[in-house]
Ligand binder design. Structure first.
Ligand SMILES: *[C@@H]1O[C@H](CO)[C@@H](O)[C@H](O)[C@H]1NC(C)=O
Ligand SMILES: *[C@@H]1O[C@H](CO)[C@@H](O)[C@H](O)[C@H]1NC(C)=O
Ligand SMILES: *[C@@H]1O[C@H](CO)[C@@H](O)[C@H](O)[C@H]1NC(C)=O
Ligand SMILES: *[C@@H]1O[C@H](CO)[C@@H](O)[C@H](O)[C@H]1NC(C)=O
Ligand SMILES: *[C@@H]1O[C@H](CO)[C@@H](O)[C@H](O)[C@H]1NC(C)=O
Ligand SMILES: *[C@@H]1O[C@H](CO)[C@@H](O)[C@H](O)[C@H]1NC(C)=O
Ligand SMILES: *[C@@H]1O[C@H](CO)[C@@H](O)[C@H](O)[C@H]1NC(C)=O
Ligand SMILES: *[C@@H]1O[C@H](CO)[C@@H](O)[C@H](O)[C@H]1NC(C)=O
Length: 371
């Protein structure tokens, strides 16, 4: 199934050129469940809310209703990106792809009222009934969101200032909008959104007493290990490369799994995390996977080749693959160090298969010797 390096390189050179001959590359998420790959900043399903551009790489329809994977791009803002709110039926997850934003979560029944300064690779989760809000702080910031179950994108189209199409796929338009405030920025607007599972929490004031990127000041943030709770329903944060790590060397390569959401904290609806993978040696066999449930990969660093069906594609940073459950696939790194973000529906994603043959590991880098 693995084709020659020359062919895979060609396929990866240009999303646009490849799209003409590929059945996997799409520029709009399909309206039904099928294998596909979609390029970073694809225009389809791109919509503007204030100064923020939202793009939906995996939608309710494309995931059979199981999860939405979206990206939000913007310049910095002096105001909250959305008024504080909760969801009663959706679990929302925030990942910093690049730039900086602040993220706040409050859930009084578990004693959490926290803020974090999010830089590239940081993760935070807002389970059901968590008050949350964010503020974008740097030019060229990109937040990646995972919202479970799928279909939450309908909200953004409902509050949109207009769908957008940028022929050159720029992350966001370099212009100042007169309506630059973020989603649900007026209290009358946000209180009208309960049909979309958005419940405004207008009495919540985000704390501003950050020290070293965290409020309260004494929380562990980029200065020690972050653990994942052993129960569900608690908001938490995992700083980039400070969470738990597991290493698998079973296939002639190293794969380091860093979970963000476990089967428990994902309420058995989904799991999420990152996988770092070493170069594919010519003499090692690429394993074939066939997972029970739907999975999405989004490339964070390096390049990943993926075979689904008869077709091999190469994904670069920000590109997304959607792999339906019970679809055979293979993946391997095209470079020395490739890292990708995974989301799996259910509780037995790719990370579970890898962790079944993995050991605890303390570093984001591989050992110095071959697997
Ligand atoms: C979320 O809050 C609503 C309203 O208070 C409540 O009815 C519901 O049971 C809560 N859900 C969970 C999972 O706690
Ligand atoms: C924006 O795009 C979405 C998704 O394709 C669509 O449902 C919606 O009708 C569009 N909105 C406008 C104003 O065209
Ligand atoms: C903030 O970070 C500095 C540098 O690591 C450290 O000296 C200081 O104690 C930290 N402050 C708090 C409140 O953690
Ligand atoms: C952390 O700081 C909070 C106040 O922000 C304080 O109530 C709490 O006791 C401190 N915890 C520790 C372990 O120092
Ligand atoms: C692959 O080649 C390397 C040397 O380049 C060797 O150390 C390794 O054992 C080989 N692996 C297999 C599976 O043959
Ligand atoms: C994948 O595994 C399922 C069982 O979980 C099986 O029914 C299906 O045929 C397999 N698919 C392929 C393509 O091998
Ligand atoms: C996939 O996961 C969803 C939860 O997200 C679950 O309801 C469904 O039963 C799972 N499907 C399979 C085939 O295991
Ligand atoms: C890995 O670490 C965890 C937590 O420290 C521990 O419970 C577990 O036994 C360790 N597993 C292995 C295989 O060392």
């Amino acid at each position: 199934m693995r084709t020659s390096a020359a062919i895979t390189c060609l396929a990866g050179l240009s999303t646009l050129a490849a799209a003409a001959t590929s059945s996997l590359w799409v520029d709009t998420p399909p309206t039904f469940v099928r294998p596909y790959v979609i390029g970073h900043y694809a225009n389809a399903e791109a919509t503007r809310v204030g100064a923020q551009i939202y793009r939906f790489y995996v939608t309710g329809p494309s995931s059979g209703g199981l999860f939405t994977l979206l990206g939000t791009n913007s310049y910095s803002s002096g105001a909250l990106g959305v008024l504080p709110h909760i969801h009663e039926r959706h679990h929302e997850n925030f990942f910093c792809y690049k730039g900086r934003f602040q993220l706040w979560t409050e859930k009084t029944d578990v004693g959490v009222n926290d803020g974090r300064l999010m830089t590239a690779g940081d993760f935070g989760t807002a389970p059901i009934n968590t008050t949350h809000t964010f503020q974008i702080l740097d030019p060229d910031t990109e937040m990646i969101g995972v919202i479970v179950p799928g279909g939450f994108e309908d909200l953004f189209f409902a509050i949109s200032d207009g769908n957008v199409t940028y022929p050159n796929l720029t992350p966001y338009p370099p212009q100042t909008f007169s309506d630059a405030a973020g989603a649900g920025s007026s209290s009358s607007e946000i209180t009208a959104l309960e049909q979309f599972d958005v419940y405004a929490q207008l009495d919540y004031t985000p704390r501003r007493d950050f020290v070293n990127g965290t409020a309260p000041a004494n929380a562990t943030w980029h200065d020690g290990p972050n653990t994942i709770p052993s129960v569900s329903g608690t908001p938490y944060f995992v700083a980039s490369n400070y969470g738990p790590k597991y290493i698998n060397g079973a296939y002639g390569i190293w794969q380091i799994v860093q979970p963000f959401v476990t089967a428990v904290t994902g309420e058995h609806d989904y799991t999420e995390g990152s996988i770092t993978i070493s170069a594919q040696p010519a003499n090692a066999t690429v394993p074939t996977w066939n997972l029970t449930n739907h999975t999405a990969f989004q490339i964070l660093e390096g390049a990943l080749s993926l075979t689904m069906g008869q077709e091999t594609v190469t994904l670069a940073s920000g590109d997304v693959a959607f792999i339906p459950g019970q679809t055979e696939f293979q993946y391997w790194s095209e470079g020395a160090f490739t890292k990708f973000h995974y989301v799996s529906a259910g509780s037995a994603g790719i990370e579970k298969a890898l962790m079944a043959h993995a050991g605890n590991w303390s570093y984001p880098a591989f050992p110095t010797y071959l697997a």
